[in-house]
Design a protein around this ligand. Structure first.
Ligand SMILES: [Zn+2]
Length: 110
């Protein structure tokens, strides 16, 4: 069964967020931030994880963005596989091309 969703990992979260801190727009020293902190029962999911630079991440600490008075540029969301490919087509892993190639071949019955 090919995996059709986008794998939830650091690299893909950075990609979704355009390698940009979602609080201040910095592209340096990026980390993953739990929007609702883990200490407050925040889960590791697409819609609770966002890209934050180290400065914003430590400033936010165990607060929600509202409490810390830090506005998210973009609400975290779960990207669809196709959206992900389209938006990041300039930057697709070699592996993904292989997967797409195989898919196309089986589609035309080779
Ligand atoms: Zn930042």
């Amino acid at each position: 069964m090919p995996y059709r969703g986008v794998l939830l990992n650091r690299q893909n979260i950075f990609r979704r967020d355009n390698q940009t801190c979602q609080y201040c727009g910095s592209k340096d020293d990026l980390t993953i931030d739990h929007v609702l902190p883990r200490s407050r029962a925040g889960v590791s999911s697409w819609d609770n994880l966002t890209t934050a630079c180290r400065t914003c991440n430590s400033r936010k600490g165990d607060f929600t963005p509202e409490e810390a008075n830090m506005k998210l540029t973009q609400k975290p969301f779960k990207p669809s596989f196709l959206l992900f490919l389209r938006d990041f087509s300039g930057n697709i892993d070699e592996q993904w091309y292989t997967y797409l190639g195989k898919k196309q071949k089986s589609g035309v019955g080779i």
